[in-house]
Ligand binder design. Structure first.
Ligand SMILES: CC(C)(COP(=O)(O)OP(=O)(O)OC[C@H]1O[C@@H](n2cnc3c(N)ncnc32)[C@H](O)[C@@H]1OP(=O)(O)O)[C@@H](O)C(=O)NCCC(=O)NCCS
Length: 186
């Protein structure tokens, strides 16, 4: 398994993993194991890979088995959901610091192919993504839909994200989570 930053060669593999795990496409039976809600146009995904260097992937035999997205708030602001999160940043404090567009970035979505869940790959991709942003930001911030229990369990038990509070968008309830980018895998 290779863990690396994605290039445009990985574009189709990332897209197909998004589709396989997106709430708009997955079956009711698969929902308890988590889902992705962010939609990307081809241009947005290309900008994330090329301009933000913001996609960490795991691949084996050329197949993308995991991705984790990460980018500046300036990148995410064009999604109404993230514009809402940005407005709420001043309401949240991490280790004594109020979250800002300058001291934090947005991580997620992350996705692990069904075939390799529960293998420890989640932790490896998570920490590789964190390391890729360490030089740029001290704080990682993210959201988790409160009905995505598997994602919440993974991000609190397998990696130590802190829950800073909750917020609502379009009648859905979310946790606002954060951690220091100085964290490394034990
Ligand atoms: C969320 C995700 C990234 C976690 O990676 P993973 O490899 O499945 O994580 P793990 O299995 O190592 O850890 C998840 C934990 O949740 C627990 N869990 C599994 N199903 C669960 C459920 N339905 N409800 C609550 N917890 C659950 C597991 O038992 C495990 O904890 P344990 O090993 O201590 O028992 C992965 O499941 C995934 O890609 N899901 C689809 C997309 C998604 O939801 N992405 C996150 C949203 S941004």
């Amino acid at each position: 398994m290779i863990i690396t930053q994605a290039t445009m060669d990985d574009f189709e593999g990332i897209l197909s993993l998004i589709r396989a795990n997106h709430i708009n496409y997955i079956s009711e039976r698969d929902k308890p194991d988590g889902f992705v809600t962010t939609n990307f146009t081809d241009a947005q995904l290309e900008a994330l890979i090329v301009n933000e260097h913001g996609v960490t992937i795991a691949k084996e035999n050329g197949k993308v088995l995991s991705f984790a997205m990460a980018a500046s708030w300036e990148f995410w602001v064009e999604w109404p959901f993230f514009a809402c999160m940005i407005e709420k940043l001043p309401e949240f404090t991490f280790e004594g610091q109020t979250l800002t567009r300058q001291n934090s970035y947005q991580y997620g979505p992350i996705c692990i192919d069904k075939s390799v869940r529960g293998t420890g790959l989640f932790e490896r991709v998570f920490y590789a993504s964190l390391a890729s942003m360490r030089e740029r930001y001290p704080i990682m911030a993210t959201f988790i839909n409160q009905i995505n229990h598997r994602s919440y369990a993974a991000h609190t038990k397998k990696v130590p994200l802190m829950t800073l509070g909750t917020f609502q968008f379009n009648q859905n309830d979310y946790y606002l989570m954060a951690c220091s980018t100085a964290l490394t895998q034990k």
